[in-house]
Design a protein around this ligand. Structure first.
Ligand code: A2R
Length: 317
């Protein structure tokens, strides 16, 4: 039996490539998007970040494409609707990273509120000898709004319950069986909370949801934590709000144009910035890689995708 041809896009981890090579004939996308004819036989794609967007035009150029297996739960770089129209399956890696990203969200929030990175810098710079680190804001009494109470959002909320803070959420739908207050309007939630934790996906429907008006509504004690997608926050508006004191601070693990982070943010010492490390532990990245491979192996064994995205109609009607 011939081995299906699989195209690697982005930078799959070495062990993912090894596992794929054991089952498939593996090809690499050239740096410049040339030579598509060479990929006319591709039946699957293993996608792992990078600047390339897999849209309808791209899919048209791979006529034998059956499945795009994405590394990560966010798949905004793949037009899953265009894929569905062409009968192409899209899969992602949900659940296996939920707890890891939720840990980082809460860790980032604590770092921002108590200025832990700054306090550590104070000690390392020898400044403790000259004086104690200044007092900080507190988590006590904070009212936290979660944008996107999905798998990760719920895991964040569960952790935050232990801190005794007030928890609310916004999404397009009210969630059954959750004890937190639901706001059908993000603006209305921003007016009632002082801390906004974003765990929403990227894409057109969430682009710049957190803009100048929402930031203003959070108020001068306001904190924004974003571990979902950078595109959800209007970075220019955030820079302005942080610079003018419209809000207090921010903790960001994701950015609009990664890995480029605006110089204005880097220059602000009172905020906390991470290089998109939410899921980046050996344990979790390995589980994500295994699930990415499992989706391809299962598909080409005729057993269907393991974790198809919502837009992929599966099982087929
Ligand atoms: O809107 P709903 O009720 O479907 O709730 C989803 C919410 N969400 C939105 N909220 C407001 N406006 C939107 N346009 C919008 N679109 C989606 O985001 C849902 O509660 C949440 C996403 O949850 P899950 O699909 O369970 O994703 P998971 O595993 O929690 O990951 C969230 C994101 C990924 O898409 C990556 O971008 C990042 O975290 O790693």
């Amino acid at each position: 039996m011939t081995r299906p041809d699989i195209l690697l896009i982005g930078s799959p981890m070495a062990y993912v490539i090894e596992r794929l090579e054991a089952a498939f004939t593996v090809h690499r996308m050239p740096a410049e998007a040339a030579g598509f004819n060479a990929f006319a036989d591709m039946r699957g794609i293993a996608m792992a970040g990078g600047p390339l967007r897999i849209d309808g035009d791209f899919m048209e150029r791979l006529p034998k494409l059956e499945i795009v297996s994405n590394f990560g739960v966010g798949y905004d770089a793949i037009d899953a609707h265009a894929a569905a129209e062409r009968g192409i399956v899209v899969t992602n890696t949900p659940d296996v990273l939920t707890e890891e990203v939720a840990d980082i969200a809460v860790g980032l929030l604590l770092c921002v509120v108590r200025q832990l990175p700054q306090a550590e810098r104070h000690l390392r710079a020898g400044k403790w000898l000259a004086g104690a680190y200044p007092l900080t804001a507190t988590l006590r009494g904070r009212r936290i709004g979660i944008l996107g109470l999905g798998r990760i959002g719920k895991a964040v909320a569960l952790r935050l319950e232990a801190f005794g803070v007030t928890i609310a959420y916004h999404g397009r739908n009210r969630q059954p069986d959750v004890p937190y207050r639901y706001y059908p309007s993000l603006m209305a939630m921003a007016e009632d909370v002082d801390t906004l934790v974003s765990v929403a996906p990227g894409g057109a429907s969430t682009r710049h949801l957190i803009g100048a008006e929402v930031l203003k509504a959070l108020g001068p004690e306001g904190i924004v934590v974003n571990v979902g997608r950078g595109s959800v926050v209007d970075e220019r508006a955030l820079i302005e709000a942080l610079g003018s004191g419209t809000i207090l601070s921010a903790g960001l693990d994701v950015f609009e144009d990664e890995p480029r982070v605006p110089a204005e943010l880097i220059a602000m010492d009172h905020i906390v910035l991470l290089p998109h490390v939410g899921s980046a532990s050996h344990h979790t990245r390995e589980a994500m890689g295994q699930l990415q491979v499992d989706n391809l192996v299962s598909w080409f064994a005729g057993k269907g995708p393991v974790t198809p995205v919502a837009e992929t109609p599966w099982p087929r009607g």
